[in-house]
Ligand binder design. Sequence first.
Ligand SMILES: *Cc1c(COP(=O)(O)O)cnc(C)c1O
Length: 220
Amino acid sequence: MEKADTPLEQVRLDIARACKASRRDPADVTLIAVSKTHPSERIEPLLAQGQRVFGENRVQEAQAKWSALREAHPAVELHLIGQLQSNKAEDAVALFDCIHSLDRPSLVKALAKAMDRQDRRVPCFVQVDVGEEEQKGGVAVAELPGFLAKARDADIPLAGLMCLPPMGIEPAPFFALLAKLADDNGLDGLSMGMSADYETAVMLGATHVRVGTALFGERG
Ligand SMILES: *Cc1c(COP(=O)(O)O)cnc(C)c1O
């Protein structure tokens, strides 16, 4: 197996290998470097290696860290990967280029209002509760078509579907379920796969993998 000099290079190689095995084009997979909790000094080496897409899970932390980093690197794309409170929708629309956690009607309303007011349409992934675990958030599978119709009515650009499969069991069936749901509902984007399972996710069609620990080490 090929060996890489840096964690970023390793993750890129792994993604390329998973793409090859599943006859996919690596250009169709976006690596989101999840930099939540890590300070700017840890992020800069990845920027220096050409990584441009980053994920954060808290609006305030992202605002604080990324205003300076973005001035130095205007091409950076910031993705919000964590649960979003409706009262942070304005800030989220102003700051992020993509939101991965659209998961309830009240948030559709809040985001639509913020996007209208700022005249800025931010693509959103709809989070699906594939493991029927309420605490993680996400739209129930049975309610997905109705929810997507609501989001489309509100003129929210839909990037695709996102999931966080249950911990400690094989994730592949959940990734396959998410891929089928996207297909059934005419959506292309699939945000799935984290440090432990991004290769599996890529082989099952992920277009966006959200990788933190494998790039930055354990979070403190
Ligand atoms: C933290 C987080 C990740 C990254 O997890 P790692 O296991 O560190 O790769 C991915 N997605 C979401 C939603 C997260 O909150």
